[in-house]
Write a protein that binds this ligand. Structure first.
Ligand code: ADP
Length: 481
């Protein structure tokens, strides 16, 4: 079976969030299920630079304002198709916006081009790879099902929602330039609250919709989490599936991780000590036996970073040390830096994006705190489980699905892997920190939780099988639109 995966970010080429990890990992995970997956992505400068020998499979005289091509190439072990369109992608700054944080004004064209190219590949632009399924990730790829629906090509589609907060909404005035028939500008098409919505269109036209955890799949059908799309998601509930993300267990392996100061396994947990010392040094923390709680996160409201800032003093008073790595909202960066400055030796903040340091934090901290208000799946708690860095998580979305709370029943049954607390509540979060500190001091109980977490299967094994089964069902004719 041939599947074209379409994504705006793919690890290790470009990444701003978990979507990139998933898009990068799926091809290898699915190979064992008889799925040949190739990935279509935009030709950002970093991508064009990484490509090996390029073969042009389709040329465009004018793709949303300039000459362009789809090229086939390999990079970083991935089989790629790349939209080579310098007028859309060859620019300094971020992949979605300028250095000052504002979106590129032509994002509608930049990502309509991605959907257009996906539909052209589905229609046979490369004779060597005619996909049986097109799998579009997030709003940037979500016009692919719209173009396919309004074409002669009957290739079934899947749209995966990695975060419903990002929807690709634009003014209705760009509709006429998308190359879709006038009938598509309708409630059962791309129209969305008077404008147009790329993700909305994808959810409308896709043969199947998936999101990245079973709990989030239920949550997004409610007004509280549905971000305006709960009505549509309810109407299409029979097509909506929750499939958990896995992680790349080769890249995230404490026994072989080159970013660690000291490598270890579940049998040699004492060797985490070298990493712990390195974390203390890097974050200016006292070298004592009080537990280190780390945070590795975008610093945003979604991630509950304002709650963390508000509870900062109480967490330190509970006996924990904090090591925070992140970047995002400037006000939150400032609030966390100011809070850490009040607690010399007890808290440190590094502002920035640092892959190596994120590994060290998982390998050297005792726990990782994730107080998200909503969390489609979340990856950092999965890394935490694998690294014996006990996850302390808000009970929402994928966090609720992947961490077993250390309540009395779970502790006595020996199945606890972390701690959960009620989302969006600072007092509940700080209570969980207090519980965590007590468990940490009861050394044997703590070690048991660490070891149990390290036993959890956080690989792609199970989920890849679920995607493969979904593709097969679609090919068998379930879910044509
Ligand atoms: P989201 O995609 O919503 O940001 P996820 O938990 O799904 O959240 O994925 C976040 C990914 O980005 C993880 O791989 C995490 O380790 C990484 N990450 C987030 N912030 C940083 C940072 N400041 N430095 C390094 N890695 C980070």
């Amino acid at each position: 079976m041939k599947v074209l995966s379409v994504a705006s970010e793919v690890v290790p080429l470009v990444k701003t969030g978990g979507l990139a990890d998933v898009a990068g990992a799926l091809p290898a995970a699915l190979a064992g299920h008889g799925v040949e997956m190739r990935t279509l992505m935009p030709g950002y400068p970093a991508v064009m630079k990484a490509l090996g020998k390029k073969t042009r499979v389709k040329a465009y005289a004018d793709l949303f304002g300039g000459k362009a091509a789809i090229v086939r190439a390999k990079a970083a072990g991935l089989d790629l198709y790349v939209v080579d369109a310098p007028h859309l992608y060859d620019r300094d700054g971020g992949i979605y916006g300028q250095a000052d944080g504002t979106d590129w004004p032509d994002n509608w064209a930049r990502f309509a081009a991605l959907g257009r190219a996906a539909a052209d590949l589905a229609a046979g632009a490369d004779e060597k790879f005619r996909p049986d399924i097109v799998h579009a990730h997030d709003w940037q790829a979500a016009l692919a099902p719209a173009y396919l629906h309004h074409s002669e090509t009957a290739v079934p589609t899947v749209v995966t929602v990695h975060n419903l907060a990002f929807q690709g909404r634009f003014g209705a005035e760009v509709f006429s330039q998308l190359g879709l028939p006038p009938a598509a500008l309708a409630v059962d098409g791309i129209e969305y609250y008077g404008g147009i919505g790329f993700l909305k269109a994808g959810l409308q036209y896709a043969g199947a919709i998936t999101t990245v955890s079973p709990t989030y799949a239920r949550e997004i059908r409610t007004p509280e989490f549905g971000m305006g799309l709960d009505g549509l998601l309810n109407a299409r509930a029979d097509r909506l599936h929750g499939i958990l993300n896995g992680i790349d267990t080769d890249v995230w392996d404490p026994a072989g991780d080159r970013h660690l100061a000291s490598r270890y396994s579940a049998r040699s947990l004492k060797d985490r000590k070298g990493n712990r010392l390195a974390v203390e040094k890097r974050f200016g923390l006292d070298a004592d036996d009080d537990p280190i709680i780390c945070v590795v996160s975008r610093l945003t409201w979604q991630k509950g970073m304002d709650i963390l800032a508000a509870e900062f003093d109480a967490i330190i008073a509970a006996g924990a040390k904090l090591a925070i790595l992140g970047s995002g909202d400037q006000a939150l960066e400032g609030a966390l830096l100011a809070a850490a400055a009040r607690h010399e030796g007890r808290a440190g903040v590094v502002i920035g994006y640092d892959e190596a340091l994120s590994h060290l934090l998982q390998g050297g901290s005792d726990a990782i705190l994730i107080p998200s208000r909503f969390e489609p799946c979340g990856l950092t708690q999965l890394y935490g489980l694998r690294y014996g860095c006990v996850p302390l998580v808000a009970r929402t979305g994928g966090l609720a699905d992947t961490v077993i709370d250390a309540n009395d029943a779970a502790l006595s049954a020996g199945v606890a892997t972390g701690l959960q607390f009620a989302p969006d509540r600072g007092d509940a979060m700080t209570d969980a920190v207090r519980r965590m500190v007590a468990l940490y001091r009861a050394k044997a109980a703590w070690k048991a939780i660490q070891k149990q977490g390290m036993k959890a299967d956080v690989s792609w094994l199970r989920s890849a099988g679920q995607y493969a089964a979904l593709y097969r069902a679609l090919m068998a004719g379930e879910g044509r639109t």
